[in-house]
Ligand binder design. Structure first.
Ligand code: 6GU
Length: 240
């Protein structure tokens, strides 16, 4: 997969050299390019923003600069992502869909955002998604670019060493939060690992983990429980 990130702070994306994403790049599974938006400015001050029509606080990013950048970077089948607190919530389902794309282009806005005609223009020619990380305000789209690239890259075949670790995680197919996990030592500061996990009884361990996942989800994310397909629940689940 090819990913292009355009930002006025390309150094912000340096973290994508590290860890699993960094390895995916060096192994050729992820072809990632980070661009400086100012490379597409045409004035001595390398201006990317101006005052908002209609008045109000802050500055808005100019559509002409973004248009030149995106025309250069986007291939005909690119999916354009525009991080914004006003976007659709970014979810694991969205990451799964994006993992099937040929090219993702992330347009990182700053200030009060990008002139709305940019999304309008590219939405008329291809796929465009404005996405939000959650209900809070960040200073720009760079953190969202890091989040999207990491969430999508780990779904690409071969990036995560053991594909089984993608199966039983939070926001996976079960629609539940993940159960708690433990390792050695079995006793630490008077906190003991639950006996069932030391029992070697696989059916009981599996049942205990499912109960924990259900309880956790009910307490922390009741919205996820109500969204579950009742057909995925077994008789025992209804007693938890
Ligand atoms: Cl994607 N961008 C900005 N600027 N703020 C946000 C966000 C994105 N998601 C939540 N807050």
């Amino acid at each position: 997969m090819r990913v292009d990130v355009v930002s006025i702070f390309p150094e912000y994306l340096a973290a994508l050299d590290l860890s699993l994403v960094g390895k995916a790049r060096t192994s050729g599974l992820l072809d990632l390019h980070v661009h400086d938006l100012r490379d597409w400015t045409d004035d001595r001050h390398r201006t990317v923003d101006d005052t908002p029509f209609g008045g109000g606080a802050g500055m808005v990013m100019r559509p002409d600069v973004w248009g030149r950048a995106l025309d250069d970077v986007m291939t005909p089948d690119a999916h354009l992502l525009v991080p914004s607190p006003a976007g659709r919530p970014f979810t694991q389902r969205m990451a799964e869909e994006l993992a099937g794309e040929q090219q993702l282009v992330v347009a990182c806005g700053r200030y009060e955002g990008i002139d709305a005609r940019v999304v309008e223009h590219y939405a008329g020619r291809g796929r465009v998604t404005e996405l939000s990380l959650g209900d809070y305000v960040l200073n720009g789209g760079e953190v969202a670019a890091l989040v999207v690239v990491e969430a999508v890259a780990r779904l690409l075949p071969g990036v995560v060493g053991n594909p089984a670790s993608l199966v039983e995680e939070s926001h996976g197919a079960a629609g539940l939060l993940e159960y708690p996990v433990y390792t050695k030592p079995a006793s630490w500061l008077e906190h003991d690992v639950p006996d069932v996990l030391l029992s070697g009884h696989h059916a009981r361990i599996e049942r205990w983990r499912r109960d924990q996942a259900l309880e956790r989800t009910a307490r922390r994310r009741p919205d996820l429980l109500t969204a579950l397909d009742p057909a995925t629940l077994d008789r025992h689940d209804l007693e938890v």
